[in-house]
Design a protein around this ligand. Structure first.
Ligand SMILES: Cc1cc2nc3c(=O)[nH]c(=O)nc-3n(C[C@H](O)[C@H](O)[C@H](O)COP(=O)(O)OP(=O)(O)OC[C@H]3O[C@@H](n4cnc5c(N)ncnc54)[C@H](O)[C@@H]3O)c2cc1C
Length: 405
């Protein structure tokens, strides 16, 4: 039976990065993945260009852009492997990149460059990669040695790293494998749910907005109560089934079932003042006036909702205009659900950080590590999830390299 110093399950972002570093630190490493293709999620990320990190990650409060039952957990790994470290690696591999928006860094050419870089790093560490290769069972003996039954026969190691990601996009290989292994070894889980996901609205309440599909506009979006309020200024996109775009993806990670979201559809305008000015000076219909403040399709759809708004602005009552301003700047609506794991970019929840070391990512079960998205650490949209994958993989690989095997 083959023996390795470390076995990494999952050849995605975190698994490949961890395997490469551990290999280059002198360990014999096997990385295996049940999918035929390597790192499919990197390939489809960031519209094919991979938003691989974010320059705005705050080195003094790196956890600010992450969601977890213990928001401080990710701090140690993120502060020891920073966006600047990953940028340095890309530069050593001559991979060109650019900044798009709010610190988000993307490959100039293709996400494939990133995958090839990770594979070269694995090669430099002499890492063996078995793909496709599933794991049927994991056991640990009395000496703390793990034995894995794989599709290519049994393998043994003192260290097993679970890097199998979350449940998002099952059609490219996402499974609950990591959660099952955690449970098998008595570790706790924070209930997984889809994150960075479009929100859906069923029923008659959505009818007035159904025709707006395809419309995008900048908004301020908010959810939660006084204690838990979260808000973002980002773009909103109307879809056939509801709302999407960066604003909604961001807020979806904070949204809970049966609670409303609130939107300001004209965040840069002083609506009451603009409408009062229009009333004093304009002969146009309210919808036409509104079209100078928000996209005209939205202005038309909005004016349709109240007969008081379907008249020249000069003839509208102050009350009707106040109601219009209020409704546009504080549109409260309760989603009926989300598009689910089929469309979610990430999975919130996962292996409970109370059962993991924030320094090494080793679990309470000695020799068993969890890194990347399988852990209850979820980043904001904008490269934060990959940065967590790199940082947690790095912390784990360093720990593996400093252990006797
Ligand atoms: C459409 C989309 C776009 C995204 N864009 C971005 C972006 O631009 N920036 C960003 O920061 N994040 C982005 N993300 C999120 C990011 O891709 C993930 O957070 C990141 O890939 C997690 O890394 P990971 O290594 O933990 O898991 P993954 O990259 O998902 O890798 C897990 C690996 O484990 C393998 N695996 C699963 N189950 C098993 C099993 N039973 N046996 C063997 N192998 C198994 C899978 O095949 C996979 O290769 C995006 C996600 C999606 C879905």
């Amino acid at each position: 039976m083959q023996h390795f110093d470390a076995i990494v399950i999952g050849a995605g972002a975190a698994g490949l990065f961890c395997a490469g570093i551990a290999g280059q630190r002198g360990l014999s490493v096997l990385v295996l993945d049940h999918s035929e293709k390597v790192a499919e999620k990197i390939r489809i990320s960031g519209g094919g260009r991979a938003n691989f990190t974010n320059r705005d990650l705050d080195p003094h409060a790196p956890h600010k852009h992450f969601i977890s039952a213990n928001p401080n957990f990710c701090r140690s790994a993120l502060s020891r492997y920073t966006p600047a470290d990953f940028i340095g690696l890309l530069q050593r591999h001559d991979i060109a990149f650019h900044e798009k928006h709010k610190g988000q860094l993307f490959c100039d050419r293709s996400a494939e460059d990133l995958i090839q870089m990770l594979l070269r790093e694995c090669e430099a560490g002499g890492v063996q990669r078995w793909q496709p290769c599933g794991v049927k069972a994991i056991r640990v003996d009395g000496d703390g040695v793990y034995e894995l039954d794989t599709d290519r026969g049994p393998v043994r190691s003192r260290s097993v790293v679970v890097a199998t990601g979350g449940l998002s996009i099952p059609k490219i290989g996402a499974t609950d494998f990591g959660y099952r292994i955690a449970k098998q070894f008595g570790l706790r889980l924070v209930e997984p749910r889809p994150g960075l996901v479009p929100l859906t609205f069923d029923g008659d309440g959505w009818v007035p907005y159904a025709g707006l599909s395809g419309l995008a506009l900048p908004v301020r979006i908010e959810t939660g109560d006084k204690k838990s309020r979260m808000s973002f200024n980002e773009d909103l996109l109307f879809t056939h089934r509801g709302l999407s775009g960066p604003a909604v993806l961001q807020i979806s990670s904070y949204w809970h079932d049966n609670t409303p979201i609130r939107l300001n559809l004209a965040p840069d305008a002083d609506l009451p003042a603009a409408l009062a000015r229009a009333k004093a000076t304009s002969r146009k219909l309210i919808a036409n006036e509104l079209a100078s403040l928000v996209p005209s399709r939205l202005a038309d759809a909005w004016a349709q909702q109240d007969t008081d708004w379907q008249r020249p602005v000069a003839e509208a009552s102050d009350k009707a205009l106040a109601r219009l301003a209020e409704r546009l700047s504080r549109w409260e609506i309760t989603p009926t659900g989300t598009e689910g794991y089929k469309k979610a970019e990430v999975t919130l929840g996962g292996v409970d950080t109370r059962d993991l070391s924030s320094q090494t990512l080793e679990s309470k079960q000695p020799g068993l590590y969890f890194i990347g998205e399988v852990v209850d650490v979820t980043g904001w949209l904008g490269g934060y999830n990959f940065q967590w994958a790199w940082a947690s993989a790095h912390a784990c690989a360093v720990a593996l390299g400093s252990q006797p095997n």
